[in-house]
Design a protein around this ligand. Structure first.
Ligand code: PHE
Ligand code: ZN
Length: 854
């Protein structure tokens, strides 16, 4: 089922070439006769030619299909089979197309189209998977109702919409809402369900189900609660109700991504829905709640209003990520969610935006759309909406969203449609704001200040470095939330949003008794890099006094970064003032434990590498690793006398609950345990491992022990206890690589790929090992090159099975230009080796070429 190999350069698709399809699709009827190696798909589609079509050709996409027969209005036809689909002579009046094709779901390891996972049939059609099921105009602006008949021996046969009939060996479904093919789904398996119900605010009774393999039914309750909360929240906050009689979620073990919003039939990677206290960590619970919400929210932002073409992907993804972040902030803690999101943005999106893979949230060209499900489209796409909301204000945002749903329900839209709604609702011209959608790169904002006679002036200069294809950038609209503190720590000016629109701009604040300390970019009001001459003393002041929790954390993060940088560059000892500030914070019981845990979490080693690179210093991964170790060891020693008390004070009593408060306490407790383990040789961690009745504590203890190279016994015990649970085993695989010392990481990962439970075809397992290797900064970038080599070998091996996951994981190499010439040379060899692979997929070909060229 692999994509055809590009012998010549693969075709590039451009936004500017958009042309509507020349036909309306009035209705689709599909019949599936399921068989693992020879499923038959019968399609009956009503087409109606459009008058004056820009492109009148009748072309249906199709890949890896065996055409059995085709008819138009009942008469056999012989279509012209070409690469990627077929074309056919058609009448110029409405007609019925019928086709029968055969496909091989059991051989489909790419996990796109119809495939099998642990004995069940399931589908993944976004972005262009439907063309692997039958011939069809597989593009999001072609929307139609679907009626589906499934014939199979499985006990559960599901598709989109409402059930319309079922009997022994068959079931029928009808989805009344017109949708693009990428939202089609089918599931057939011997599944069990966790049922519930929800009554919408207009009184509609909806049947809810989470379908799982037998044995997993005990892991559905949390996901179901999250679903009901999401349904209620979307009614309360966005006025959006659910629109079918039934909502099904299915968990599958083999899935390339997190989950998929198919209309009425969401399909989830089992890691993103199954949860129990014994097998899932707090972080898993939080993520599951967010993904359930995300997929549910797509019902309006994605399904009822979809994308005109795949260049508009951030129209649905940016907005839906923004909505799920609002939901998590409401369910849990707003500042903690914001800090977590910024940490993730800097870890995943900033490297993309500042490297060879940089692209705008709305790209203008692609070879393989699967390669654009990126942090830029998703997370930066959401940041752009956050800025838009800040610029127009909350009430205008709400009015614009109402107008969006009212005006565009049932349509396939563009970013232009989206912005026009805001312009019409507010009367504001958003043409400059739109640059956020078309320009790549992270803007730098240089801040300087001036104080005289009670007047304080802040001057901002913005610029964005060149990115592939975009050497020069125009100034953007940048909302900067700014507050001012007096030297005694009081806030003298509450948060104001300053709007930058020019390359250089000043703002003056009058009537100040003394030179204030500015708190800039509160709540991280724009995805930019702020540059300002400041001191550690001022950072420590903000860490102690800022009223904005995000900037309070940010001040601590900046201190941590500065300390790390001086340790690496000058071989200095950890900054004593920073250690003192940390000690004060950790012991401050009035502060939210989750916040304290975040302040105690160091910036990642990869981020330090990026900071060094930005300052013109070539990062040495080993030195960065050593600095991190020294810092943690010094902090542990400094806190030595308080650690046991802090450990006890943050231990949560009573039965495990995955709520935000308990999770915050356990996060802090876990940080303290890891410090304690540096001093007590693992005594406390071993006790915690023994006593733990939940995965969060069991995992934290195991991680601390393994990091201390003292976890052999527990690791074996963990394996014995959990070898039957795929999701827990993923943790076991990943943890060994994540905890490995730099010089052994590649060898540990390599050995794990020989383990009986390593399965390259399962994306979760592959990512557990190879993702952890790429995430072990000093291990992956070890001077031997063993990490690069191992990853490349495994990517080459996976490419012929699963191009999508292979291509995504190539991004591990995107930061290569940061490093010294010896490492760059080693990486280049591996990238060129991948590129030279025979029959390399279009997906991987595009990724590796971009990384090499950028
Ligand atoms: N549309 C899915 C989401 O964001 C992600 C996805 C993309 C899943 C492509 C599978 C394939 O929720
Ligand atoms: Zn999404």
């Amino acid at each position: 089922m692999k994509d055809a190999a590009p012998t010549t350069a693969p075709e590039t698709f451009y936004l500017k070439d958009y042309k509507p399809f020349g036909f309306e699709v009035e209705a689709v009827e599909l019949t599936f006769k399921l068989a693992p190696n020879s499923t038959r798909v019968l399609s009956k589609i009503r087409f109606s030619p459009k008058k004056n079509a820009a492109d009148p050709r009748f072309f249906l996409h199709g890949e890896a299909l065996k055409l059995i027969s085709a008819k138009i209005d009942g008469a056999p036809v012989t279509p012209d089979l070409v690469e990627g689909g077929l074309s056919c002579e058609t009448p110029d009046t409405p007609f019925t197309w019928e086709a029968e094709v055969e496909i091989d779901p059991a051989a489909n390891t790419a996990l796109e189209g119809l495939y099998m996972s642990s004995g069940m049939y399931c589908t993944q059609c976004e972005a262009e998977g439907f063309r692997k099921i039958t011939y069809y105009p597989d593009r999001p602006d072609v929307m139609s109702t679907f009626s589906v008949r499934i014939e199979g021996n499985e006990t559960v046969l599901l598709s989109n919409g409402n059930p319309t009939g079922a009997g022994e060996g068959w079931a029928e479904w009808h989805d009344p809402w017109p949708k693009p093919a990428y939202l089609f789904a089918l599931v057939a398996g011997d599944l069990v369900n966790h049922p519930d119900r929800f009554t919408t605010r207009s009184g509609k009774d909806v049947e809810l189900n989470i379908w799982v393999r037998p044995g997993d039914e005990g892991k559905c309750a949390f996901g179901m609660e999250a679903l009901k909360k999401s349904m209620k929240w979307d009614e309360d906050v966005y006025g959006r109700e659910y629109d079918l009689d039934i909502f099904n979620i299915v968990a599958v073990d083999d899935f390339n991504m997190g989950a998929m919003e198919n209309k009425g039939l969401n399909i989830f990677n089992s890691s993103c829905v199954l949860a129990s206290p014994e097998t899932s960590t707090d972080a898993n619970f939080e993520r599951i709640e967010a993904i359930i919400a995300h997929e549910y929210f797509h019902n309006w932002t994605g399904n009822r209003i979809t994308c005109r073409d795949w260049f508009q992907l951030c129209l649905k993804e940016g907005l839906t990520v923004f909505r799920d972040a609002q939901f998590t902030a409401d369910m849990r803690s707003e500042p903690v969610k914001r800090i977590e999101d910024v940490i993730a943005l800097r870890a995943r999106q900033f490297p993309e935006d500042n490297g060879p893979l940089a692209h705008p949230p709305r790209p203008e060209q692609f070879q393989e759309i699967n390669n654009f499900y990126t942090a830029t489209v998703y997370e930066k796409g959401a940041e752009v909406i956050g800025m838009l909301k800040r610029v127009v204000g909350d009430d205008n945002y709400a009015a614009a969203l109402d107008l969006y749903f009212q005006r565009h329900d049932g349509q396939a839209c563009t970013i232009e449609d989206w912005l026009k709604v805001f312009e019409d609702a507010t009367g504001r011209d958003l043409s400059q704001f739109k640059l956020w959608y078309s320009q790549a790169g992270t803007p730098r904002v240089q801040v300087s200040e001036d104080y005289a006679d009670g007047a304080y002036t802040l001057t901002f200069e913005q610029s964005t470095p060149p990115t592939p294809g975009q050497p020069d950038k125009a100034p953007r609209v940048i909302p900067l939330a700014v507050g001012l503190l007096s030297p005694n720590g009081d806030e003298v000016r509450a948060t104001d949003v300053l709007e930058l629109t020019e390359a250089k701009q000043s703002f003056t604040f009058d009537g100040l008794a003394a030179k204030p300390v500015p708190s800039i970019l509160r709540e991280f009001s724009a995805p930019v890099i702020l540059k300002r001459e400041t001191s550690n003393a001022e950072r420590a002041f903000l860490l102690a006094h800022d009223t904005d929790p995000f900037n309070r954390w940010e001040a601590g993060n900046a201190l941590a970064t500065e300390t790390r940088v001086t340790m690496v560059v000058e071989g200095a000892a950890p900054d004593a003032a920073y250690l003192d500030a940390l000690e004060t914070l950790v012991r401050d019981d009035t502060l939210d434990p989750a916040f304290r845990a975040l302040v105690l979490s160091p910036p990642s080693q990869s981020e330090i590498a990026q900071t060094l690179h930005d300052r013109g210093v070539t990062p040495d991964p080993q030195k960065i690793y050593d600095a991190a170790e020294t810092f943690a060891q010094t902090l542990a020693q400094q806190l030595e006398t308080s650690l046991p008390r802090l450990y006890a004070a943050t231990t949560v009593d009573g039965p495990y609950q995955p709520d935000a408060h308990g999770a915050g306490l356990r996060a802090l407790n876990g940080r303290i345990l890891s410090l304690l383990t540096r001093l007590d040789g693992g005594e406390q961690a071993a006790r915690q491992y023994q006593a733990a009745d939940n995965m969060t504590q069991q995992y934290a203890a195991l991680a601390a022990l393994m990091k201390a190279e003292n976890g052999e016994t527990q690791s074996q015990a963990f394996f014995d206890q959990w070898q039957g649970d795929r999701l827990v085993m993923d943790k076991w695989f990943a943890l060994q690589v994540a905890c490995a010392a730099p010089e052994t990481a590649a060898a540990v990962a390599s050995k794990l790929t020989d383990h009986a439970l390593f399965d390259m075809k399962n994306p979760n397992r592959f990512r557990a090992v190879m993702g952890a290797l790429a995430g072990n900064h000093a291990g992956f970038h070890h001077a031997s090159g063993a990490g690069y080599q191992l990853l490349a070998e495994n990517l080459i091996a996976l490419d012929s099975l699963n191009p999508q996951t292979t291509a995504r994981m190539c991004a591990a190499f995107q930061t290569w230009k940061r490093y010294d010439s010896a490492r760059q040379a080693l990486i280049r060899v591996e990238l060129e080796r991948i590129l030279a692979t025979e029959d390399l997929s279009r997906d991987t070909h595009e990724m590796v070429s971009r990384i090499l060229q950028g």
